[in-house]
Write a protein that binds this ligand. Sequence first.
Ligand SMILES: Cc1ncc(COP(=O)(O)O)c(C=O)c1O
Length: 479
Amino acid sequence: MTDDFVEQHKLLARLVPQIINDYAAALDSRRVTPPSTPAELEKLFDEPLPENGVAIEEILRRFREDIEPNAMGVPSPKYFGQFNPTPLPIGVWADALSSLLNQNAGAWRNGPTSAMIEARVIRWLCDLLEYGSRSFGTLASGGSEANLIALKCARDNAVATIKDRGLRSAAGDLVVYASEQCHYSIDKSVDLLGLGRESLRKIPTDERFHIRVDALAEQIASDRGAGRIPCCIVGVAGTTSTGVIDPLEDLAAIAREYQCWYHIDAAYGGSLAFSSQHKEKLRGIALADSITFDPHKWMFVPFSCGATLVRDGGRVLRDSFDMSPEYLSEDRGGADVEFDFFRYGQMGTRRFNSLKLWMAFKFMGVRGYAQAVERQIELTNYLASQLDQMPGFKRVGQVETAVCCFHYLPDSVSRLDGIEQDRVQQRLQQTIERSGEAWLTTTVLHGRRAMRVNINSFLTEQRHVDVLLNALRQAAFTL
Ligand SMILES: Cc1ncc(COP(=O)(O)O)c(C=O)c1O
């Protein structure tokens, strides 16, 4: 068995790197979107439960022939979709190494180095945001879970008895505030926390999609007047649709005035902190009680890797999540318990996810990340300036990060009703999607469908943006 185990590793170590190298080498020239339909893929994988084991070579053949060619080209430099990056090579291989050790990063004894490395990368994220020496945090599966952890802390901070006695122990309904541009995970979080989706007040935004501070203050005052309990204000640093940043300092002042928790969802925009040129856009971020930051977005760490950071130390997370079950509560002399990460969030068994983040930090350094972030924002500005010169294309909002949104509204389309205008945007997006040349998404802004581009691959160069611009011109021409 031992020999077999070593032989399996040797065989895989010979075959898998070849697959990875071939994939990486062809990335620039391959289709971004696979041509297959859901029905075709369903048929491809429609097989019974395997009765007998299959040879490694055969399993890898299926990966090469069926899985890889039908996968979305997320790592492509012409993937302009959601906040999904090309993963850093060091991150890809770190994932294999962390699986090799299979540390259970839940409890210190099951993962001593993983616990220390997790504490270290959390420290680095906090230092990056200049979050103060007391700050701490925990890795999470992504921004959704990170937001949920933060909102649980907010809820328990508002009414300490809820954790044990439930919402009936609160003297009034708890209310959470975020702009109408917030990520849907905030809606899910208030639901999961028992507050109900109606407890989330979606505050209107200004023309450029920042939360309107005046509307927020009015809404809080009105809820207070009606006997409700303002529980949390959520500011967004890098909204999902447009990438813009809410006025973080103004929100802090309101949270202070109403004594409610202040959470900043910087899942995407947190990486602006790497750049001395752009970090000013995050001014006020360190005033938050908690912050969401997703290394699997603008730090190019492979999925999945998110983080919740808290300003006032690990105690905040432990107040909300700590438990000491018999099987994990032996006395080990005290200090090591601090590194039991199951005490800081919902997950029990946890992956050694900090390894890929630690390696990514080391490989890139602050300087490497700053260069990548700055180049991507420059490329986004280039895209915006080209669109401004293309007949019929009209930008929506402004470029604050590496997101650019726009409509295709030549006179012939402007004359149509809103629903038809929306269909034109979708047709344009779908034409490009079908071509496989590049991929962009659509979203809804000011009630109308708009196209949305995010430059999130460190491999993207101006020539890739030109491919997208040409694809847009051609698709518009053939409408
Ligand atoms: C602003 C923001 N917050 C949270 C999330 C959720 O992150 P995840 O998809 O990693 O759960 C996203 C995802 O795009 C996001 O854009």
